[in-house]
Structure formats: structure tokens, C-alpha cells
Write a protein that binds this ligand. Sequence first.
Ligand SMILES: C[S@@+](CC[C@H](N)C(=O)[O-])C[C@H]1O[C@@H](n2cnc3c(N)ncnc32)[C@H](O)[C@@H]1O
Length: 402
Amino acid sequence: MTAAPFSVDEVLREAMIAHRAGRMAAAEMGYRRVLKHRPDDPKALHFLGLLQFHEGDALGGIGHVSRSLEHEPSNARAWNALGSMLIAVDRSAEAARAYRRATEVAPSLAEGWYNLAICERDAGELESAEAHLRAAISCDPGYFRGHEALAMLLYQLGRIDAAATAYADWVRLDPANAKARHMAAATSGANVPTRASDEYVRELFDGAAPEFEANLAQLQYHAHHSVVTALVERIGATPLAAVLDAGCGTGLCGPLLRPHCRHLVGVDLSPKMLELARARQCYDELDAAELTAFMRANPGAFDAVVAADTLVYFGALDDVLSGVHCTLRANGWLVFTLEALGGHTAADHELQVHGRYAHGEAYVRSSLAAAGFTTPSLTYETLRQEREQDVRGLRVVAQAVH
Ligand SMILES: C[S@@+](CC[C@H](N)C(=O)[O-])C[C@H]1O[C@@H](n2cnc3c(N)ncnc32)[C@H](O)[C@@H]1O
């Protein structure tokens, strides 16, 4: 049996050890014991505040960390923590002041500059946000969140060359990062991959899943309606035996397709998107997989494949279209949307600055023919908006010839 600690410093040390080990009740008891003897102990106040915040008591946390700072105003980490607690209770102006204090007492604390910048960005103070993100990066060039936020801010501001430089700096320091690589290629036009990597797609959509549908509604997205309407125009009232929703995402196509097929399968790379699709309870099967590999592994399995806003993550279409051809039965339907390349280029496809690919009509037609499809319909329509501009899309209906 170990002897109970008796000096106040020893109690504090034990409480901090318990805290680090996740023994929260023991840690809290220790901090409170310290405060009984030394009510103004800044460490005990600071750590008790952190503990309360992490246990869900934001106001308790704010109270204790603020008191700690009255006694130790030079503690930058405590100012920074106070800022994050204030953000959690929507007191963003006070949070910005706390983060600013963190940067005043520790001008080399990258996290303080970063947090201040994010507050400013969210308040629309974009110039200071940019300056403070640059300050975060110059304090710590390996502070990747700073690179990412700076690159995204510059992109939002329409300063694409500056965004390309910021992404390139990020890639140099974090070469394995899928988003950094993809967006560096998108904004610079250099090292463009033939399609978005699985890792990039998975991370992008896992991150976007919670807000995905709300965001799409704001962008006036309707590719899901468009593809299903086009399919139903072709097949009439008789339900198909089996349909694949390729890149099903959160399952927006699911309820629209359900009345038109007996077996409905969705495939997607993002587990978080699939969770939301599963909650709709209208798919017979949902698979977490890369869709070309999935289709090749399921030859002759479907009467139709729909892909709403999915093939925009592919540049070259030959491989994915031959996968679709493989998974379709004779005369099976493929209905999909793409973003249309403007008239400024003769390229087959182009990775655009926002990270999705656009395709030229002639290339789409020739790729479909090469993969064994006829193309009864290819129409231009607005499928969504990007930075408040309409995005001109292509909706394609094709039929497999076997
Ligand atoms: C913009 S969302 C569209 C989702 C859905 N079709 C809709 O209309 O709401 C694109 C989806 O395609 C998926 N995706 C992109 N490339 C993929 C690939 N190679 N294999 C599987 N899923 C992919 C993404 O994970 C994402 O969920």
C-alpha cells in the first residue's frame, strides 16, 4: 500500500498524474484539496478548469481558468484554453480577446495565432485572419492546420495563385497529406492525378458528411433528381431487378430510386456518408468500397448504374466506364452527371481549382463509345453553385451494348 501524499505540492502532482491517466474523479478531488489549502493556486485552478470543460461543464471551466489567469496572467496556454472554452459557449468576441492575450504573452505560440485567425475569419475580418495564419506558420512551419486554413482562406478570397503557393508549401512539409496534394494540383495545374485518390475522397467526405445535405441545399444541388428522372424516363413504370447507386453518399438518390427497383445497392468510399445513407433504410445493401473495383468484382449484376455528382472525382473516364460496362447486364443503363468544361480549352478533362474535374463533351462521347456504350442523351444543365456561380453540368444517359 502506498502512503497518502500529505504536502499540498504532492497532492497537486498526484492529481496531475491522475488527470493525464484519465482518472478524472481522483484528479478533481486532488485539485479541490489543493484549492482548500491554497485557494489561488493557479495550476490547480487551470487544470481543474480544463478537467471541468472536458467533462462538459464549460461554465465551470471558464470560471476556474479565468481565476487562474488573475493570478498567473503570463500563462499563454491558459489564455488559449480559455479562448476555446468561450468559443464552445458562443462567446466569440471574448474568445478572440483571450487568444489575442495568448499571442501577447507568448508571441511564438502558433496555436494562439491560429485560433485568433479562425475567430477573425469567422467574423469576416479576412485581412487580419490571413496575417495571423501567416504568423502561426512562421512560428511553427510544421503547424499543418495553419497551412490548410491559409490555403482555404486564399481560395475563398479568389486569390488562386496565392492559394496554390500555400498548398505547395503545405505539400512540401507534409508530402503524404492527400488533401494537400490534391488541392495543390487543383490550384496549380501541376502533378494532376488521373482521378482523386481514395484517401482524399474518403477524408473529404467523412469530414463533410454531417453538413453535407444542408450545404448542398444551399448550393441548389439537384443532380440526384436529374439522374433519377432521366432513368425513369427510359425504363417506364416497370421496376428494374437491380440498381447500383455509385458514389451514393448520404443516399439522396435512394428514396427516388426505391420505387423503381427490387434490389437497390449503394457503394461509396466514405464510411461517414454511408452511415447517413444507412439511416434512410431504403438500400438493400451498402458497401464501403472504391466503386470501379466494386463494379469489376460484380460482373453482370445490375440493370442500371446511377452516379450523381460522383464521376466529377475522376479525370480519365476509361477505367471507370469499363467498370460500369462490366457490372451492367445487356442493355443496362448508365445515368450520370459531370461538370462541363468551358469552351476555353480543348482538353479532355481538367482538374478545376475547387478540386473536382470537368470534362469535354467530345471526350465523354468517345470514352463512352470506347467502353461499349451508346449515348442516347447528353444534355447541359445547371447542377449546383460554387462560390455563388452556377456550375454548368452535363447529364448523360448511356446504354451498354454487349
Ligand atoms: C458529391 S457526393 C454525391 C453523393 C450522392 N451521389 C448525391 O447525389 O448526393 C460524391 C460521392 O462520391 C463518392 N466517391 C467519389 N469517388 C469515389 C470512388 N472512387 N469510389 C467510391 N465512392 C466515391 C464520395 O465519397 C461521395 O460520397
